[in-house]
Design a binder for this molecule. Structure first.
Ligand SMILES: [Fe+2]
Ligand SMILES: [Fe+2]
Length: 426
């Protein structure tokens, strides 16, 4: 008699499947594809104006960084050295991503993800799972179940975004042309896991002869009203202070965009740097979503409060090291001081505003910022070869630059929440 829990419930127990070398070769390709996807999605967070797509990219670049990390760890258990695991596999897959990152607009970017890269990746994972022996290769099987679930969800979300954005004959034609071109490059590489036949047909590059440089331009759709900056309000003006906190959280989108510059334009760092930056980036975008969700919840309209623009005018002008020292040391480390700092913001929401949703958000915002300070300390120590005093001076320079840019234009008052509060707090 057999039971469903024989073999600990594993299926695929008596087919030989792949050997260690074949598994490692495929995982090496897949980890590389995930890494390049992280860069592709992060690089376009700035250039994509559509708010909901911008935010989705921030989540997906983080998840793909995690996938890369999991697959790389697994590789090191398959007789592959750490150094080799972190290197690019022997494939022309690089060319596909070199070209894809030059997407000229949201249509091309989404077309590459939805119609070429992500479906190929998902199919390769399914293929791997269908073939490998579950008993022999269980650590990979378990990883892939998680990765497949996330990739399938990602593809559904991206497909919905694609359907919204690619909404005219002209855009459909542009998407088709870009897809045809990238598909040829994918075929020439023998597929995303390198297991297919490599076509000998030479594919001419259209754009990758030049490296992609992220445009230093603020792109926003009309999801939120925009102001240069807003006045600071004292805690005693409770509803105004709460409104300001919502707008400040919302405006962290620009910090996420600044971190995309650091992630994508700091080459040759150890892999751990990119994992940390991808996480930090997604956290700042989540903080922006805290503002969006609070506005929608409290005011019945996600666009009730404005987002401020001035941050882009200094962040986009800085080198990655200056930018990261400013965010990690100049701003975030300073937020650890109490009072005021992150703890005071949390206590304000709990004790003065009595607004449970924002209390939860600020509680986690505080925890995230503690993590970011630790990440920044760790990464800046490795990255910057000077001493701590030099880093502090660099951060101070950034703060001075921030202050001078901020004063270029007047601050605006925020909308008076007064009777717009549709939900009773407390
Ligand atoms: Fe934040
Ligand atoms: Fe942060």
């Amino acid at each position: 008699m057999t039971t469903i829990y024989q073999y600990a419930g594993l299926a695929n127990t008596r087919t030989p499947g792949y050997g260690v070398e074949e598994c490692a070769a495929r995982i090496h390709h897949l980890a590389y594809a995930e890494e390049r996807l992280m860069f592709l999605q992060a690089a376009h967070i700035i250039s994509v104006p559509e708010r909901d797509v911008k935010v989705l990219l921030a989540r997906l670049q983080y998840e793909d960084a995690q996938h890369t990390d999991m697959l790389r760890s697994r590789l090191s258990e398959l007789r592959v050295s750490k150094k080799r695991a972190a290197s690019a596999p022997d494939t022309s897959l690089a060319v596909l991503f070199d070209e894809a990152i030059h997407a000229a607009n949201t249509t091309e970017l989404l077309a590459s993800l939805v119609r070429v890269i992500k479906p190929a990746l998902l199919a390769a994972y399914h293929d791997y799972l269908a073939t490998t022996n579950d008993l022999a290769d269980y650590p990979t099987v378990r990883l892939l179940k998680t990765i497949i679930a996330e990739e399938a969800e990602a593809l559904r979300l991206l497909q919905a975004a694609y359907d919204d954005v690619v909404n005219s004959a002209e855009r459909r034609a542009a998407a088709d042309a870009w897809v045809d071109h990238l598909q040829q490059l994918l075929n020439a590489a023998g597929g995303i896991d390198g297991s297919g036949p490599v076509s000998s047909e030479a594919v001419a590059l259209q754009r990758a002869n030049e490296p992609y440089v992220i445009p230093r331009e603020l792109t926003r759709d009309d999801a939120f009203p925009r102001v240069w900056d807003f006045y600071h309000v004292a805690n005693e003006q409770i509803s105004a202070r709460l409104g300001q906190m919502i707008s400040t959280r919302l405006s962290e989108v620009t910090v996420a965009e600044g971190l995309a510059l650091v992630l994508c334009e700091t080459p040759d760092q150890p892999w751990a740097f990119y994992v940390d930056l991808a996480r930090h980036l997604w956290d700042e975008m989540r903080h922006s979503l805290f503002g969006e969700a609070a506005a929608e919840d409290l005011l019945g309209d996600r666009s009730a409060m404005p987002v401020r623009d001035f941050e882009a005018s200094y962040l986009f002008e800085m080198t990655p090291l200056e930018l990261y020292a400013l965010i990690g040391i100049g701003v975030e480390a300073a937020l650890m001081k109490y009072p005021p700092g992150k703890r005071e913001e949390y206590e304000f929401c709990r004790d003065m505003a009595g607004y449970p949703l924002m209390r939860t958000f600020q509680d986690f915002d505080w925890a995230d910022e503690v993590l970011h300070v630790n990440i920044a300390r760790r990464q800046l120590k490795e990255w910057h070869h000077g001493d701590q005093a030099e880093l502090v001076a660099l951060a101070q320079q950034g703060l001075d630059f921030r202050a001078s840019v901020r004063n270029l234009h007047p601050q605006s008052p925020l909308p008076d929440l007064g009777d717009r509060v549709v939900k009773r707090t407390g």
